[in-house]
Design a protein around this ligand. Structure first.
Ligand code: ADP
Ligand code: MG
Length: 133
């Protein structure tokens, strides 16, 4: 079993589609190990997205991700990281494979419904920031 980090982003929480997203994940044999609804602080958001610092969309991304509650989820499954990324789909919902979470619930390149860790190392880093201790 391996772990990954899923975050349901603010617009999907505001639109009340987060239960539908969680149901898709659960139906695909992921187990929820920890789940919390909370608002990210700017400090946590900047550390979480540190790899994008300096890019044109960074400040918009921080504004957006701190604009409301997110659902933070620690997941466990066989091949958790690649399987969740596949279920989530491409970054841009307009290019995401039909049936993926972003294709169904994403509304723009920025507001793409969810975050999913992109490697085991990222999952460990992100879970350490979001759920320390
Ligand atoms: P992913 O979330 O698929 O791993 P990235 O790590 O490249 O994608 O980007 C992190 C997040 O930043 C994306 O999920 C999206 O919300 C936002 N983002 C990425 N690229 C852009 C862009 N060109 N313009 C606006 N927002 C972006
Ligand atoms: Mg990424």
């Amino acid at each position: 079993m391996t772990q990954t980090y899923l975050m349901i982003k603010p617009e999907a929480v505001r639109a009340s589609v987060w239960p539908d997203i969680l149901q898709i994940v659960l139906r695909n044999r992921f187990r929820v190990r920890r789940l919390e609804m909370r608002r990210m602080s700017r400090d946590v958001a900047q550390r979480f997205y540190a790899e994008h610092e300096g890019k044109g969309f960074f400040s918009d991304l921080i504004e957006y991700i701190t604009s409301g509650d997110v659902i933070a989820v620690r997941l466990e499954a066989e091949d958790a990281v690649p399987r969740l990324r596949q279920l989530v789909g491409a970054t841009n919902p307009a290019q995401a494979t039909p049936g993926t979470i972003r294709a169904m619930y994403g509304t723009s390149l920025q507001e793409n419904a969810v975050h999913a860790s992109d490697s085991d190392a990222s999952a460990e880093r992100e879970l350490g920031i979001i759920f320390p201790g």
